[in-house]
Every structure is written in C-alpha cells, then in structure tokens.
Design a protein around this ligand. Structure first.
Ligand SMILES: CC(C)(COP(=O)(O)OP(=O)(O)OC[C@H]1O[C@@H](n2cnc3c(N)ncnc32)[C@H](O)[C@@H]1OP(=O)(O)O)[C@@H](O)C(=O)NCCC(=O)NCCS
Length: 169
C-alpha cells in the first residue's frame, strides 16, 4: 500500500539518496529542503505502508498566459525495488491534482536521450517529443529530449490507467 503526500523535512535525506542512485541531475540537500517549503515548487513523497519513502517527485509551477499554470517535472524517481508498481504514475497524478491546472496548462520536462524507461513512462501518459538540446547533459555528455503534453490530458490518462489496474486487481 503506497500513499503520496507532501514531503517533510525528515524525508529529504532519503530523497537525495534516491535521486543519487537514479543518476538524476545533481540537486543538493538544501535545494530539496528549500523546494519542500517553496510556494512555486511541489515536492511529494511516496511512502510504503505510510513509513518508508520509496519514491518522490519534484515539480515547478510556471506562470503561463492568463491564469493558466504550466508545470515542469524537475525530478522523479522510484526506488529500483519498487519500480513498475504504479508509484511513478501515482506521484505524477497526485502532483497534477494538487496544482490548479486548467485546459491550457502544459506539462514539460527534459530527459536524457538514453533514459528509455523514463521515456516509455512519459510516452505512456501522452507526452510528445518537442525538441532536442544537443549535448545538454554532462558526465556523460548526452542530448536532452524535451517532452511536453496538455496537463489535463495527462491527468486523464494517469487516472484511467489507475482505474484499469484496480479493475484487474
Ligand atoms: C521513470 C520512473 C519514475 C517510473 O516509475 P515507476 O514507478 O516504475 O513507473 P510506473 O510503475 O508508474 O509505470 C507506469 C507505466 O509507465 C511505463 N513504464 C514505466 N517504466 C517502464 C519501463 N522500464 N519500460 C517500459 N515502460 C515503462 C509502463 O507503461 C508502466 O505501466 P505498466 O507497468 O502497467 O506496464 C522510474 O523508472 C525511475 O525512477 N527511473 C529512474 C529515475 C528517472 O529516470 N527519472 C526521470 C528523470 S526525467
């Protein structure tokens, strides 16, 4: 049983460990702690049995045209032992439910070109490739692929996947 809620200060060390192990762009402990208390960032943790943190998502709210809010996924990671159990899906769905998105809102992110599992995850929920930033990442040097999607459409797909899973189970 996994629940997704706002991360607490006491979760930050585990989150930094998950990010490091996943080889995500380097954010410091202070960066995550600041994000946990920020008004324009949302840091959520997935807990197993309401105790151990097994995944997290960090998103940035961006001002868009009018009142619309766009969302950038800055980081998402799930403990390798808990992958393919729907935790990533639940993290992203909860983030989008907590943000006041509207029909004009977009979700954006960039990902290493070799990160095929993350790319499969994003495509699964309706993200499309928008652009490539050549040699954007370091250690190793690699292209970044920019993905984007309509936030409401992504949320609908995330939720319908959840309905299907619950029906099968
Ligand atoms: C990307 C990531 C967060 C996905 O988390 P997850 O909890 O394993 O994902 P879910 O179980 O919610 O997967 C949902 C769907 O995404 C797709 N998907 C996820 N991982 C996949 C993989 N390795 N290969 C193919 N499809 C995959 C599948 O359609 C999956 O549904 P299914 O399991 O019913 O087939 C996880 O792989 C991860 O932590 N990767 C390392 C960190 C990272 O690369 N973050 C992204 C940086 S941009």
């Amino acid at each position: 049983m996994h629940e997704v809620i706002k991360a607490a200060e006491s979760d930050i060390d585990v989150i930094v460990g998950l990010a490091d192990r996943a080889g995500l762009a380097l954010w410091s402990r202070d960066d995550y702690a600041e994000a946990a208390n920020s008004r324009d960032r949302l840091l959520l943790a997935a807990r197993e049995n309401a105790v151990n943190v097994v995944g997290f998502i960090l998103v940035q709210l961006l001002c868009a045209s009018g009142d619309a809010v766009d969302v950038e996924i800055l980081n998402i990671a799930v403990d390798p032992r808990f992958k393919r159990k729907g935790i990533g899906r639940r993290l992203l769905a909860t983030a989008l439910e907590m943000i006041p998105i509207d029909p004009d809102s977009k979700v954006l992110l960039e990902v290493r070109a070799s990160n095929l599992s993350a790319i499969a995850f994003y495509r699964r929920y309706g993200f499309h490739e928008q652009a490539v930033r050549r040699a954007y990442y370091r250690d190793p040097t690699e292209d970044a692929i920019l993905f984007g999607a309509d936030a409401e459409k992504v949320l609908t797909k995330l939720k319908s996947a959840s309905d299907l899973r619950e029906t099968i189970n």
